[in-house]
Design a protein around this ligand. Sequence first.
Ligand code: F6R
Length: 611
Amino acid sequence: MCGIVGYVGNKDVLSVLLVGLERLSYRGYDSAGIATLAQGELFVRKEVGKLRTLGAALEGKPVRGELGLGHTRWATHGAPSQENSHPHTDCSGRIAMVHNGIIENYHELRQQLMREGHIFKSDTDTEVMVHLLERYLTPELNFLDALRRTLKDVRGSYAVAIISEMLPGSIFVARQGSPLVVGLGADENFVASDVAAMVGHTRDIVYMEDGEMAAITKQAVVFYNVAGEELIKQPQVVEWDTTQIDKGDYDYYMAKEIFEQPTVARSVLSRKLGPGGLINLGDLGHFSKADLSKVTRIIIQACGTSWHAGLVAKYWFEKYTRTYTEVDISSEFRYRSAILDPSTLVMAITQSGETADTLAGIREAKSKFLPVLSICNVEKSSIARESDGVIFTEAGPEIGVASTKAYTSQLLAIYLLTLYLAQVKWTLSPEEVQTKINDLKTIPGKMEIVLAQNDQVKRIAQRFAHSRDYIYIGRGFDYPTALEGALKMKEISYIHATGYPAGELKHGPIALIDEEMPVVCIATKGYWYEKMLSNIQEVKARKGMIIALGTEGDDNLARLADEVIWIPPVAEDLAPLLTALPLQLLAYHTAIKLGCDVDQPRNLAKSVTVE
Ligand code: F6R
């Protein structure tokens, strides 16, 4: 994973790099480092741990810089340590490099370079690249040619940025498989893994493609292809709004993003719904109504929370569009030789649009000549750009590592797609579609009602915060919510939590239940309700502590439960859009009570750009 940023210009280099790194911390936060050049001299500083450690170290002992690079790391090769932190330098200490990606043949290259006398200081794969560059920087080869030779020798993925004392006014960059964007300014230029690092500085962005390199100076950016030929690339104007990347009045991005959900839902529905049952999913690219009406099978591939959104989609697609739907985890899909025929619609669901396995899944489908329709939050992301059609979820930037508003906005997009497919396939009548749209429009207001129980959820979270484990159960539409609730709990509070379809409990997991086990039972009113009540009885009979999540006014449920959280009455298929919210709050307040950093939980990164 990792995030990289580079700047050359007249602003305070250190502060541009540190703010950029802060915005890229979602890509990893095991360590952070910077390299600057001032009057031809290279300075490198790096610290293990979150960015604030580096910030504090630099405050005590600042460095000068006319240009520089920054890096925030999610450790792949080599533990998080000072030596393994980026930037990495060559033997002479005159070249510094930051890297996002994985060099697969690093081991053999390292052995070879060591035999040639290169001294390695870290265990990373990255360091081989900087030594290779050093090897090729002979009087006969200029910097770019040496970089091209270096890139030819490595196998894997990279976005790299390099500065050196030999060419003190330039940043050199190259991309293969990891994102890299260049920001153009007046007498200043930027490079980063993501435009977020440049917000507030420029809106003119050039997206680099695989196999491209660039030389960036204060006055110009020159792009090259693998053959070293100059390329003309047009900048795109990117819209952003700085309030979206501020915490506002909240202590954590996660809290802000949880409470933003009604606003996001309202804005998505107002943009995507028109009069008379009109559903506007945006530009579906390759996918005409005629194509979609012929789809007989859907394969969804996604990871983590986005995979849970895919599980909800299966219930909706099969019930309302009568289309057989499979939901695969991308890291399985990409390797499992799935049967893909022309009537199969392959879908990807992703917040970031950069998840390596999901991207590979898309490429796998496309290699079999199948177009891919994606549900994605980030415009211009790799997945958005490589898909044949995209429905944007329009949730705005999600910065907290745990996905919250991105999840419910994925559900909204998928529900609208379900209705759209039902229209083109005539599996629902216009009246049925209209009724569902009317129900959907009540969701933002109902989300507000759910969030108003924040204090109640906080109290419950505090009561059970010292539990060793948590179990979440649900049936039907509530089953994926059980998985999602458990994922939220474990990723930010580090309490072990597992979600099950409630009917599976007695096939094994019920053995775990005793008087110390909180069991979150999602039991909204609908088709599965009675059966779910029986499962709750089974938990109660084994003395499990029942935290029920049900439909307001359900006295039976209230009687069974030790604690209860309500959602307002809602059409049963829309319950996942409401039930997710109190479970996000439950995880959030538990993590806060336990003193965890909810926005940057240990070992995680928001964007998983390595497989
Ligand atoms: C959990 C979470 C992750 C992501 C997963 C996929 O809260 O955020 O499980 O859902 O890494 O990421 P995207 O959706 O960006 O492909």
